[in-house]
Design a binder for this molecule. Structure first.
Ligand SMILES: [Zn+2]
Length: 82
């Protein structure tokens, strides 16, 4: 297994490339912290997150994780507004 298997994949969707870049920049630290998480039960990192930009800095996030507990931890870090 390569070390890259442990890197959380991040996809950011928004109406324009400019807004995508803004979202990525504003969420950089939070996403980095979410990527450091390890599930206490399964020892797994977050596999993937997809951010969908909405209006006025709000966004939706969709997570791929080993379980709901890890997803809750990740969501509490990244939240839903930047
Ligand atoms: Zn888990």
């Amino acid at each position: 297994m390569s070390v890259h298997a442990d890197v959380m994949r991040i996809a950011i969707n928004d109406r324009s490339a400019e807004l995508r870049d803004q979202l990525r920049e504003r969420l950089r630290d939070r996403l980095a912290r979410a990527a450091q998480l390890r599930c206490t039960e399964h020892g797994q990192p977050v596999v993937e997150v997809t951010i969908h930009g909405r209006e006025n800095g709000w966004f939706d996030s969709r997570w791929t994780t080993c379980c709901a507990a890890l997803e809750r931890q990740a969501t509490s870090i990244v939240k839903d507004r930047c």
